[in-house]
Design a protein around this ligand. Structure first.
Ligand code: GAP
Length: 395
């Protein structure tokens, strides 16, 4: 863990929140490469579960909600953890909305799920979906955790990616299994080491107040086997409490759909990906560390370097004929001319950049460059004109 935490700071992924003022427990700030990594993970999730399907509808609800939402959801009464002296402590952050006497109590949402339930009717009215269908949301959630710990594993402000999938009550088991498979597939797509993932059937006494069945996908972190994310059968608890229903045209009756919920904590996914990707090996007699990110989620797809930064003809070629067109095509392209080539490779290895492209003196005569593979360290010469396709085939 220490190596990962220090790499994340050194290379601009994740910093302690409010660091120059001594920090604020349970908060982290994301640097340039951390934001890129998170965005790529979010995009992969949204693409698979929203863009590539016709039955799931996106939502981006307000973080502040009417406090009646949290009363109906059961969070005001029951979203508590025991303190050291055994008292129940509600972990929702309470705040005030409005001025003076007029101010109303509100809470920072502790899950994104309720933002979808309160828009259930709006979504049904706007899109007339047939069962089964779902809603999806990515956004911040807040919990005043009693003991935040283990880097980004348990924070007070974190990000969730949740799907609420509405089904007929008789179908819940079928769709529970279906979502288990979907989530396993997605974890592989983003490069989580599936040998470190284990399913835990959560016992009734340990389940959330709304759940009739929960599976925790656990991960082998360096600090133990702990929850990565959950898959819950929320039955009709939420829609019933919000007094929402659905006209099932197939049977001509009003029903309350049941809910299957894959609820992913993005920060824990980032941590699991970092831990699955971190490798140390030996290159040229030295220990090197690198992140073997899958190209689809790597913050940088390729770095472009002139062999020497004091040779204007190399810099000019690298900049105009290689970097600029690749940057325009892929966006996630870095310019790196700092230090010698060995240092640049080490730096890009730690960022997890799959390919390093170097413009050298041969380039000026034959329009080819070297492309170095992060994992094997092997280099091949590729025509500049073929670079875009070369990369497209590999990301
Ligand atoms: N809507 C259901 C729900 O919120 P949860 O199990 O309480 O269920 C879902 O939270 C996921 O959110 C967890 O599995 C975890 O990945 C993430 N999560 C929860 N609390 C967290 C925290 N304090 N810090 C980071 N991630 C957290």
């Amino acid at each position: 863990m220490e190596k990962i935490v220090s790499l994340c700071k050194r290379r601009g992924f994740i910093f302690q929140g409010s660091e120059i003022y001594g920090g604020l427990a349970g908060t982290y700030d994301w640097g340039h490469f951390g934001v890129a990594l998170k965005n790529n993970i979010k995009q992969s999730w949204w693409k698979k579960f929203v863009d590539e399907r016709k039955d799931i509808f996106g939502v981006d609800a307000a973080i502040l909600m009417n406090s009646k939402v949290w009363e109906a959801s059961g969070h005001v009464a029951g979203f508590s953890d025991p303190t050291e002296d055994g008292k129940q402590f509600n972990v929702m952050f309470k705040t005030e909305v409005g001025v003076g006497e007029e101010a109303a109590i509100s809470y920072l949402r502790p899950e994104t799920a309720q933002g979808m339930f309160v828009n259930f009717k709006n979504t049904v009215d706007a899109f007339h979906p047939k069962l089964p269908f779902g809603m999806a949301q990515i956004g911040k959630a807040f919990r005043n955790e009693i003991a935040p710990r283990d880097f980004i594993f348990r924070q007070r402000e974190f990000e969730q990616m949740e799907i609420e999938y509405f089904v007929r009550s008789a179908d819940w088991e079928k769709y529970f299994e279906y979502w288990k498979d979907e989530m396993e597939e997605w974890m592989e797509e983003v490069g989580i080491d599936m040998n470190k993932v284990h399913e835990l059937e959560v016992e009734e006494k340990d389940r959330a107040h709304y759940s009739k069945r929960t599976i925790d996908f656990e991960f082998d972190y360096p600090f133990g086997r702990k929850e990565l994310f959950g898959l819950a059968y929320r039955n009709d608890f939420d829609l019933k409490n919000h007094k929402l229903e659905y006209i099932d045209e197939e049977i001509g009756e009003k029903i309350i759909p049941h809910i299957i919920e894959p609820s992913v904590g993005l920060d824990r996914i980032v941590l699991a990906i970092l831990l699955s990707s971190y490798v140390e090996d030996e290159k040229d007699g030295e220990v090197r560390s690198y992140l073997k990110f899958k190209p689809n989620i790597a913050p940088v797809i390729c770095a472009v370097s002139p062999l020497l930064k004091n040779k204007p003809e190399l810099v000019e070629y690298a900049n105009t004929k290689v970097y600029a067109p690749l940057k325009a095509e892929f966006g996630r392209v870095a310019w790196d001319d700092n230090g010698n080539i060995g240092k640049r490779y080490r730096r890009q290895d730690e960022i997890g950049t799959p390919f390093c492209i170097v413009v050298d003196f041969d380039t000026l005569t034959d329009d080819t460059v070297t492309v170095r593979d992060r994992d094997t360290g092997e280099q091949e010469r590729i025509k500049v004109a073929d670079l875009k396709n070369y990369l497209k085939e590999r990301i």
